[in-house]
Write a protein that binds this ligand. Structure first.
Ligand SMILES: Nc1ncnc2c1ncn2[C@@H]1O[C@H](COP(=O)(O)OP(=O)(O)OP(=O)(O)O)[C@@H](O)[C@H]1O
Ligand SMILES: [Mg+2]
Length: 258
Protein backbone atom coordinates (compact mmCIF):
# COMPACT_ATOMS: atom_id res chain seq x y z
CA UNK A 1 0.00 0.00 0.00
CA UNK A 2 2.85 2.36 0.89
CA UNK A 3 6.15 2.20 -0.90
CA UNK A 4 9.04 4.38 0.22
CA UNK A 5 11.95 4.54 -2.20
CA UNK A 6 15.40 5.88 -1.35
CA UNK A 7 13.99 8.54 0.94
CA UNK A 8 16.39 11.11 2.36
CA UNK A 9 15.70 14.04 4.67
CA UNK A 10 18.43 16.49 5.60
CA UNK A 11 18.23 19.27 8.16
CA UNK A 12 21.05 21.61 7.14
CA UNK A 13 24.16 19.42 7.08
CA UNK A 14 22.54 16.68 9.20
CA UNK A 15 20.97 13.65 7.51
CA UNK A 16 18.06 12.44 9.67
CA UNK A 17 16.77 9.90 7.11
CA UNK A 18 19.36 8.42 4.81
CA UNK A 19 18.29 6.66 1.62
CA UNK A 20 15.56 4.63 3.36
CA UNK A 21 13.45 2.17 1.37
CA UNK A 22 10.57 0.16 2.81
CA UNK A 23 7.10 -1.13 2.06
CA UNK A 24 3.94 -1.32 4.14
CA UNK A 25 1.70 -4.11 2.89
CA UNK A 26 -2.07 -3.55 2.69
CA UNK A 27 -3.77 -5.14 5.68
CA UNK A 28 -0.61 -5.31 7.79
CA UNK A 29 0.26 -3.76 11.12
CA UNK A 30 3.87 -2.90 10.37
CA UNK A 31 6.08 -1.95 13.30
CA UNK A 32 8.80 0.69 13.02
CA UNK A 33 11.36 0.50 15.81
CA UNK A 34 14.83 1.83 16.46
CA UNK A 35 16.87 3.70 19.09
CA UNK A 36 16.11 7.33 19.97
CA UNK A 37 17.09 9.66 17.14
CA UNK A 38 17.00 6.87 14.53
CA UNK A 39 14.84 9.01 12.22
CA UNK A 40 11.49 7.26 12.73
CA UNK A 41 9.38 10.37 13.38
CA UNK A 42 11.17 12.24 10.60
CA UNK A 43 10.37 9.39 8.19
CA UNK A 44 6.69 9.60 9.26
CA UNK A 45 6.71 13.36 8.77
CA UNK A 46 8.09 13.03 5.26
CA UNK A 47 5.58 10.30 4.33
CA UNK A 48 2.74 12.37 5.85
CA UNK A 49 3.69 15.50 3.91
CA UNK A 50 4.84 17.55 6.92
CA UNK A 51 8.38 17.78 5.51
CA UNK A 52 9.41 17.74 1.87
CA UNK A 53 12.07 15.09 1.27
CA UNK A 54 15.60 15.99 0.20
CA UNK A 55 15.43 12.97 -2.13
CA UNK A 56 13.42 9.87 -2.91
CA UNK A 57 9.74 9.05 -3.42
CA UNK A 58 6.64 7.88 -1.59
CA UNK A 59 3.84 5.93 -3.28
CA UNK A 60 0.32 5.22 -2.00
CA UNK A 61 -1.39 2.39 -3.89
CA UNK A 62 1.01 3.00 -6.79
CA UNK A 63 0.32 6.75 -6.94
CA UNK A 64 3.28 9.05 -6.42
CA UNK A 65 2.34 11.16 -3.37
CA UNK A 66 5.80 12.60 -2.69
CA UNK A 67 5.56 16.06 -1.17
CA UNK A 68 1.74 16.26 -1.14
CA UNK A 69 0.49 18.38 1.79
CA UNK A 70 -1.13 16.62 4.80
CA UNK A 71 -4.71 17.70 3.97
CA UNK A 72 -4.50 16.13 0.50
CA UNK A 73 -3.13 12.92 1.98
CA UNK A 74 -5.95 13.02 4.56
CA UNK A 75 -8.49 13.02 1.72
CA UNK A 76 -6.69 10.05 0.17
CA UNK A 77 -7.20 8.14 3.42
CA UNK A 78 -3.71 8.50 4.85
CA UNK A 79 -3.84 9.59 8.48
CA UNK A 80 -1.39 10.00 11.28
CA UNK A 81 -1.36 10.60 15.00
CA UNK A 82 1.31 12.59 16.78
CA UNK A 83 3.99 11.59 19.28
CA UNK A 84 2.40 14.29 21.44
CA UNK A 85 -1.42 14.23 21.35
CA UNK A 86 -3.14 17.15 19.58
CA UNK A 87 -6.56 17.38 21.23
CA UNK A 88 -8.77 20.47 21.56
CA UNK A 89 -8.60 20.69 25.34
CA UNK A 90 -11.65 22.92 25.88
CA UNK A 91 -13.98 20.70 23.81
CA UNK A 92 -15.50 17.44 25.03
CA UNK A 93 -14.36 14.07 23.73
CA UNK A 94 -17.49 13.82 21.56
CA UNK A 95 -16.97 17.35 20.19
CA UNK A 96 -13.33 16.55 19.42
CA UNK A 97 -14.46 13.62 17.31
CA UNK A 98 -17.10 15.72 15.59
CA UNK A 99 -14.44 18.28 14.59
CA UNK A 100 -12.62 15.80 12.34
CA UNK A 101 -14.53 15.40 9.06
CA UNK A 102 -13.70 18.21 6.64
CA UNK A 103 -16.06 20.03 4.26
CA UNK A 104 -19.04 20.04 6.58
CA UNK A 105 -21.94 22.03 5.19
CA UNK A 106 -22.21 23.98 8.46
CA UNK A 107 -18.79 25.44 7.87
CA UNK A 108 -20.08 27.60 5.04
CA UNK A 109 -22.01 30.65 6.18
CA UNK A 110 -24.10 30.52 3.04
CA UNK A 111 -25.22 26.99 3.89
CA UNK A 112 -26.02 27.91 7.48
CA UNK A 113 -28.43 30.61 6.24
CA UNK A 114 -29.90 28.95 3.17
CA UNK A 115 -29.74 25.18 3.69
CA UNK A 116 -30.44 24.64 7.36
CA UNK A 117 -31.95 21.24 6.64
CA UNK A 118 -28.81 20.06 4.87
CA UNK A 119 -26.62 21.32 7.72
CA UNK A 120 -28.76 19.66 10.38
CA UNK A 121 -28.89 16.32 8.54
CA UNK A 122 -25.12 16.34 8.16
CA UNK A 123 -24.58 17.25 11.81
CA UNK A 124 -26.83 14.39 12.86
CA UNK A 125 -24.82 11.91 10.81
CA UNK A 126 -21.51 13.22 12.20
CA UNK A 127 -22.93 12.88 15.73
CA UNK A 128 -24.03 9.33 15.00
CA UNK A 129 -20.55 8.50 13.69
CA UNK A 130 -18.93 10.05 16.79
CA UNK A 131 -21.16 7.98 19.07
CA UNK A 132 -20.28 4.84 17.12
CA UNK A 133 -16.56 5.58 17.60
CA UNK A 134 -17.14 6.21 21.32
CA UNK A 135 -18.88 2.82 21.63
CA UNK A 136 -16.18 1.02 19.63
CA UNK A 137 -13.39 2.41 21.84
CA UNK A 138 -15.48 1.89 25.00
CA UNK A 139 -15.01 5.48 26.17
CA UNK A 140 -18.69 6.25 26.85
CA UNK A 141 -17.86 7.24 30.45
CA UNK A 142 -15.66 10.14 29.27
CA UNK A 143 -17.65 11.16 26.16
CA UNK A 144 -18.82 14.41 27.78
CA UNK A 145 -15.54 15.10 29.57
CA UNK A 146 -13.36 17.99 28.36
CA UNK A 147 -10.48 16.47 26.40
CA UNK A 148 -8.04 18.56 28.45
CA UNK A 149 -9.03 16.58 31.56
CA UNK A 150 -8.23 13.17 30.05
CA UNK A 151 -5.24 11.09 31.14
CA UNK A 152 -2.33 10.75 28.71
CA UNK A 153 -3.53 7.31 27.67
CA UNK A 154 -7.12 8.42 27.14
CA UNK A 155 -5.82 11.26 24.90
CA UNK A 156 -4.00 8.66 22.78
CA UNK A 157 -7.23 6.68 22.52
CA UNK A 158 -9.00 9.85 21.40
CA UNK A 159 -6.30 10.35 18.74
CA UNK A 160 -7.05 6.86 17.48
CA UNK A 161 -10.76 7.69 17.55
CA UNK A 162 -10.18 10.74 15.37
CA UNK A 163 -8.75 8.49 12.64
CA UNK A 164 -12.05 6.53 12.74
CA UNK A 165 -14.20 9.54 11.86
CA UNK A 166 -13.12 9.31 8.23
CA UNK A 167 -12.50 6.32 5.97
CA UNK A 168 -8.86 5.75 6.70
CA UNK A 169 -6.85 3.37 4.53
CA UNK A 170 -3.57 3.62 6.33
CA UNK A 171 -2.87 5.10 9.74
CA UNK A 172 0.55 6.07 11.08
CA UNK A 173 0.80 5.92 14.87
CA UNK A 174 3.76 7.61 16.53
CA UNK A 175 4.32 6.18 20.01
CA UNK A 176 0.70 5.64 21.03
CA UNK A 177 2.04 3.76 24.05
CA UNK A 178 4.37 6.44 25.43
CA UNK A 179 3.48 7.31 29.02
CA UNK A 180 0.36 5.15 28.93
CA UNK A 181 -0.43 2.72 31.77
CA UNK A 182 -0.49 -1.01 31.04
CA UNK A 183 -4.30 -1.40 31.18
CA UNK A 184 -4.95 1.46 28.78
CA UNK A 185 -2.08 0.30 26.55
CA UNK A 186 -3.88 -3.04 26.23
CA UNK A 187 -7.11 -1.23 25.36
CA UNK A 188 -5.29 0.77 22.66
CA UNK A 189 -3.62 -2.39 21.35
CA UNK A 190 -6.95 -4.23 21.19
CA UNK A 191 -8.59 -1.31 19.37
CA UNK A 192 -5.77 -1.33 16.78
CA UNK A 193 -6.13 -5.09 16.28
CA UNK A 194 -9.91 -4.82 15.89
CA UNK A 195 -9.63 -1.90 13.44
CA UNK A 196 -7.18 -3.99 11.45
CA UNK A 197 -9.24 -7.19 11.46
CA UNK A 198 -12.80 -5.85 11.38
CA UNK A 199 -12.36 -2.66 9.34
CA UNK A 200 -9.35 -3.53 7.20
CA UNK A 201 -7.17 -0.66 8.42
CA UNK A 202 -3.48 -0.84 7.55
CA UNK A 203 -1.20 0.50 10.29
CA UNK A 204 2.38 1.61 10.64
CA UNK A 205 3.26 1.81 14.32
CA UNK A 206 6.30 3.45 15.91
CA UNK A 207 6.76 2.13 19.43
CA UNK A 208 9.51 1.54 21.98
CA UNK A 209 7.51 -0.99 24.04
CA UNK A 210 8.57 -4.39 22.65
CA UNK A 211 5.67 -6.26 24.28
CA UNK A 212 3.28 -3.96 22.43
CA UNK A 213 5.17 -4.49 19.14
CA UNK A 214 5.20 -8.23 19.77
CA UNK A 215 1.44 -8.34 20.31
CA UNK A 216 0.55 -6.27 17.23
CA UNK A 217 3.19 -6.09 14.56
CA UNK A 218 4.28 -8.26 11.68
CA UNK A 219 6.57 -7.39 10.04
CA UNK A 220 8.83 -5.14 12.09
CA UNK A 221 11.22 -2.70 10.41
CA UNK A 222 14.28 -1.48 12.29
CA UNK A 223 15.85 1.92 11.69
CA UNK A 224 19.14 3.21 13.07
CA UNK A 225 20.99 6.41 12.25
CA UNK A 226 18.57 7.26 9.46
CA UNK A 227 18.82 3.98 7.58
CA UNK A 228 16.68 0.85 7.45
CA UNK A 229 18.72 -1.89 9.15
CA UNK A 230 16.49 -4.92 8.99
CA UNK A 231 12.99 -6.23 8.46
CA UNK A 232 11.32 -9.41 9.70
CA UNK A 233 9.29 -10.87 12.54
CA UNK A 234 10.22 -9.57 15.98
CA UNK A 235 12.05 -12.81 16.86
CA UNK A 236 14.08 -12.64 13.63
CA UNK A 237 14.97 -9.06 14.40
CA UNK A 238 15.97 -9.80 17.99
CA UNK A 239 18.46 -12.36 16.67
CA UNK A 240 19.95 -9.97 14.10
CA UNK A 241 23.54 -8.98 15.05
CA UNK A 242 23.34 -5.55 13.40
CA UNK A 243 20.15 -4.77 15.27
CA UNK A 244 21.57 -5.90 18.61
CA UNK A 245 24.60 -3.70 17.93
CA UNK A 246 22.41 -0.67 17.17
CA UNK A 247 20.45 -1.20 20.37
CA UNK A 248 23.46 -1.89 22.64
CA UNK A 249 22.79 -0.45 26.03
CA UNK A 250 19.18 0.42 25.30
CA UNK A 251 17.53 -2.80 26.44
CA UNK A 252 16.66 -4.80 23.34
CA UNK A 253 19.76 -6.95 23.81
CA UNK A 254 18.56 -8.00 27.25
CA UNK A 255 15.13 -8.73 25.83
CA UNK A 256 16.71 -10.66 22.99
CA UNK A 257 18.57 -12.80 25.50
CA UNK A 258 15.50 -13.43 27.62
N1 LIG B 1 13.26 19.71 12.63
C1 LIG B 1 14.49 19.20 12.86
N2 LIG B 1 15.60 19.95 12.69
C2 LIG B 1 16.83 19.43 12.92
N3 LIG B 1 17.06 18.18 13.32
C3 LIG B 1 16.00 17.38 13.50
C4 LIG B 1 14.66 17.84 13.29
N4 LIG B 1 13.81 16.82 13.56
C5 LIG B 1 14.57 15.79 13.92
N5 LIG B 1 15.89 16.11 13.89
C6 LIG B 1 17.01 15.23 14.21
O1 LIG B 1 16.90 14.08 13.38
C7 LIG B 1 17.25 12.91 14.10
C8 LIG B 1 16.10 11.93 14.02
O2 LIG B 1 15.04 12.41 14.82
P1 LIG B 1 13.63 11.69 14.93
O3 LIG B 1 12.77 12.53 15.78
O4 LIG B 1 13.15 11.37 13.56
O5 LIG B 1 14.04 10.35 15.69
P2 LIG B 1 13.12 9.20 16.28
O6 LIG B 1 13.63 7.93 15.71
O7 LIG B 1 11.69 9.53 16.10
O8 LIG B 1 13.52 9.26 17.83
P3 LIG B 1 12.60 9.01 19.14
O9 LIG B 1 12.51 7.51 19.29
O10 LIG B 1 13.42 9.61 20.23
O11 LIG B 1 11.28 9.67 18.95
C9 LIG B 1 17.59 13.35 15.53
O12 LIG B 1 18.99 13.44 15.65
C10 LIG B 1 16.93 14.69 15.64
O13 LIG B 1 17.64 15.52 16.53
MG1 LIG C 1 10.12 9.92 17.37
Amino acid sequence: MIKVQNLTKKFGGFTAVNNASLEIAAGSITGLIGPNGAGKTTLFNVIAGVYTPSGGSVFLDGEDITGLPPHELFHKGMLRTFQIAHEFSSLTVRENLMMVPGNQAGESLRDVWFSRKKVMAQEASVLEKANEVIDFLEITHVANELAGNLSGGQKKLLELGRTMMVDAKVVFLDEVGAGVNRTLLNTIGDAILRLNKERGYTFCVIEHDMDFIDKLCDPVIVMAEGTVLAEGTLSEIKANEQVIEAYLGTGLKNKAAS
